[in-house]
Design a protein around this ligand. Sequence first.
Ligand code: GLN
Ligand code: ZN
Length: 780
Amino acid sequence: MTHSTIPVATLGTPRIGPRRELKIALESYWSGKSNEAALLETAAALRSANWARQKALGVSVIPSNDFSLYDQVLDTSVMVGAIPKIYGWTGGTVSLDTYFAMARGAQGVSSEEACAHGHHDHGHGVPAQEMTKWFDTNYHYMVPEFVPGQTFELASFKPVDEYRDAKALGYQTRPVLLGPVTFLRLGKSKDPAFDPLSLLGNLLPVYIDVLRRLGANGAEWVQIDEPCLVLDLDAAARDALRRAYATFAHALPRLKIMLATYFGALGDNLDTALSLPVAGLHVDLARAPEQIEAVSEKAPQGLVLSLGVIDGRNIWRANLPALLDRVERVVTRRGTDHIQIAPSCSLLHVPIDLDLESDLDPDLKSWLSFSVQKMDELATLGAALGGGRDSVRDKLQASADAAAARKASPKVHDAAVAARVAAVTAAMVKRGSPFASRAATQRARFNLPAFPTTTIGSFPQTAEVRKARSAHAKGALDDAAYERFLREETERTVLWQEEIGLDVLVHGEFERNDMVQYFGEQLAGFAFTKHGWVQSYGSRYVRPPILFGDVSRPKPMTVAWWTYAQSLTKKPMKGMLTGPVTILNWSFVRDDVPRSAACRQIALAIRDEVGDLEKAGAAMIQIDEAALREGLPLRTSQWKTYLDWAVESFRLCASGVADETQIHTHMCYSEFNDIIDAIGAMDADVISIETSRSKMELLDAFTTYKYPNEIGPGVYDIHSPRVPDVVEMTDLLSRARQRLDDSQIWINPDCGLKTRKWEEVKPALVNMVAAARQIRAVAN
Ligand code: GLN
Ligand code: ZN
């Protein structure tokens, strides 16, 4: 019996190596411990291992040029010679030094210098390119920078070189390029009136050059990623897409393009996508399973459809028989020659190999699938669709069994949590009194000076702190010694804050590895991996918590540390928590309940903690929602739904306290224009935000909205080692006073201080207190 199979693609694979080989090689190169040849050798070995692994697992459409030393968007900027003047490039092939200068700045800015949530430290010398989130993932790309009249030229042969390398090793690959329209849309110009899309005509010849070279070297297919097709597009962007692909079809009539879209539904861009003269279209059927109908009905005959059925953004094992039920009809309708099976997007966003996780609960492990396991699932689907389900009967059965076990498992479902969620009332998501009356009560209680000063929570995580933590984790430092060390750090930090005259203190967060992990580790329903790294940016990887089940809080998480810290001072000590939306947005989240439902459970658990802190005597409790804004859906039509449940979750965790208890929140950004209603609806008594770099201009959203509650607009840019002086801060405060009422204003840094050094933090905060005193004097 002949055994056929449907082509199976991955779209892209993790580059970092199962043991973080790429990070090690990069950091060794950056520190001067190894040379360029050694770095490139590691990179080549990782690529060939990736190809070999895919082939061995049954992937037939293997990508090349999905690898990157740092970031695929940066690679694209370099490929087309979009290199800002400051990097001193004078044409020709771009050197590794120039590449890394764009990635990290030129003078030894170490990766440790960056902020926890991915900001870059510009330091001195040549700054790095700006960095921002890749769509709604936690991957960050280097923002291309364009100037009006920008020209482009081919400045890197990476796609061709990597295609040829693969070919020499015996792999016929499908090279991956970031599409020209998405590339231009992701970029920006210093001149806000300038539209990067106007550069398309200049850019296309470089793409054609690359495509032609790929074709000349033997590539039959090229994957071109245009994830912008899942965004709200205007007519100009759609025109640009039509123009780009018509140009390619005209210049390269024989080259087959697989146009890849991912991270959502094509929606109102479906007709545009289907009108493009390409040979194949990849669609995301994990995020948007419903689009399978419209796509398979409307797609022109002969168009190869790549069905993105395995979730490339999450770590759950698929229920393969259930997936087959959904796709078999499409395969029948369109014909086996015109179908490929793929993950919803590149596997870049999931960890590499579940088999490395020897400590995970075996049940949980049987419900998970990382990149390697997903390749196997894809191959199984391909075989089932081509050769019939019988050819892979055992694998299908195992997959269905795992899905059934997960669905029924008491590890996932907790009746007590369900009962609590069902019992949430409207009163529980509302403070007892409106803000004005709470504010009066709180003012009487705290008797703070005008323009009170505080910080955002963390103090420097020094090398000693990190060393002690890792020694403790390895068992080299016992619990008692570690505890003693942390107490000393905390005490020193509290007393120092008191000494310099800060009004509201924090304990410093020395006991926390990470603001989400610290809580996840203490909550039921979360699990952690040992090797489950995913790239956040460059050589920075994270191991997101896995939220697998109903969430509850077995016991208090922060009360003991808060109690100790408060015992050291008479000044108010803020309780310090991470909010439910941020915990959710920085985790791999279960896919068997809506995100909103998972978030509500976390909110109830945090609400328990808020209540216990209040009972222990905490008068001020800060609940950080650093990631609220970044959870916004890609389509604006879905924003309201998200913001409604996100705000409700925050209110649920924060509203169980008395009027006299002051709730603070903190957000790591300042663009509030489009979400100001939601910020208002959160009804925190005090919000601290990032404003120093925008010179307070971004406060205008609060002014226009007539935001009534109190605000701490950051006056100290903690993303830079620079120490701001008093004048700089009083100047920022004067600007804030033009926009807000004096009684609203708090004085604080932009964000937590954990990435800074004590030598910077000390003078900066001393200056901040001096600035507060000056402002009080002039305001009186
Ligand atoms: N409390 C946290 C800190 O200071 C907040 C950090 C953040 O919002 N990213 O580190
Ligand atoms: Zn922050």
